[in-house]
Design a protein around this ligand. Sequence first.
Ligand code: G4P
Length: 279
Amino acid sequence: MGDVGNINWFPGHMQKAKREMQEKIKLVNIIYLVLDARIPKSSFNPLIKEIASNRPILLLLNKADLADKAETAKWMNYYKDAGYYCLDIDAITGYNMKKIVPYTYEILKDKIDKNKERGIKLSMKAMITGIPNVGKSTIINTLVKKKMTITGDKPGVTKNQQWVKLDSNLDLLDTPGVLWPKLEENGINLALMGAIKDDIMPIDEVVHFGFDFMNKYYQKSFYERYNIDSINNINDYYDKIAKARGCKNDDYEKINNIFLHDIRHEKLGRVTVDRLTSI
Ligand code: G4P
C-alpha cells in the first residue's frame, strides 16, 4: 500500500480527495467501489453516491474469503435492494474476479448499444475506489496481470492517467481513487479489522469490543482456539489467552496483538463484524 494509509483525514485532505475523485469520475462510465466484506457498512463511505454523478456503482465485497458467508449473502441482498450492483470477491485467490468484466458489460449494456447504433467506437472506462486497506491495489494487480497498459493522446485520456485494457471494450484507470473512512460512526469496527492504523483508536477498547463481539457471534471457534470454557469478566479472556499461548497474563500488549492478529487473519474462523441487524 502507498502513503495513503498513513494520511490523517483532516477536512483539507477530504476536500482534496473529493476533488480528485470528481475529476477521475468524469473520465469513467462505471465505478467499482471496493468494500471489506467483513465490514461492508463501515468500509462504505456514503459520499460516493454524491460524487458518482449518476454513474453506476458496482460494489466489490473483497476479502470474502475472510468473511462469514451467510452474512455476506445478507449484505449482498441489502445492497442490491438499495440499488447497487454487487459481487463478492477474493482478490488473492481470484474468486469471482473473472465475473467483473462480463458483469460490467451487462451493467453498461444500454450505453454500449447506444454507442453501437450511433457508430461510436469508444471503449467503456472504469475506475476503482474505496477506503485504504480494503484491497484496491491487490484487485488492480490481479485484474491487470499480463495485460497491456495503454496510454495515449486519445480524447478523454488525460496525460497523467494511465489506462489498462481489461478487455477489447473495457479500460481501467490504473490508480485507485481513495476515499476516507468514516471514523466517527464506524471507528471501532474498522479498527478491529485493521482497516485503520492501530494507534488511531485506543487499542484496549478495540480488543475488549472484539472479545465481546466474538463471545456473542462466534463463541465456538473463539473458545476452541484459546481453550475457554466460561467467562465471567474481562480478565478471564486475558488469563485464558495467556495460558493457551504461553505468555504472561499481565502482558496485555502481547495478548492484544495475538488476539488482533488472530481475528484479522481467520484464525478464529470467518467473521463479519458489521451486522445487518445493527443498522
Ligand atoms: P488498498 O490498496 O485498498 O490500500 O489495499 P491493499 O491492496 O494494499 O491490500 C491490503 C491488505 O489486504 C494486503 O495485505 C492484501 O494482501 C490484503 N488483501 C487484499 N485483498 C484480499 C483478499 O481478497 N483476501 C485476503 N485475505 N486479503 C486480501 P497486507 O498488506 O499483508 O496486510 P494484512 O493482510 O496484514 O491486512
